[in-house]
Design a protein around this ligand. Sequence first.
Ligand code: FES
Length: 103
Amino acid sequence: MKIYVTDQDGEEHALDAIEGWRVMEIIRDHGLPIKAECGGACACATCHVYVDEAWLGKLAAMRDDEEEMLDEAFDVQDNSRLSCQIIMDESLDGLKVRLARYD
Ligand code: FES
């Protein structure tokens, strides 16, 4: 499985993805710039990504805690999600996201 991640400089990276991993962990494991300060506990919003429109409907719905935490992120858009709350599975093979700025 692959996910496609566009970094803050506009460069796209194809990353090998593992079922059951959080998308944040996949991005971090490949060394791309994502802060993910809280380590996936849905408590920091520094794993903020923009999900490609074509994929938005395929993600599990946001839980309240993700929505509340996103309220504290910068430049939130309709396609904003916290990547630590997206768990990889086969239905997300090919997922495209863009990293948000966090500084
Ligand atoms: S890593 Fe902190 S909210 Fe996702």
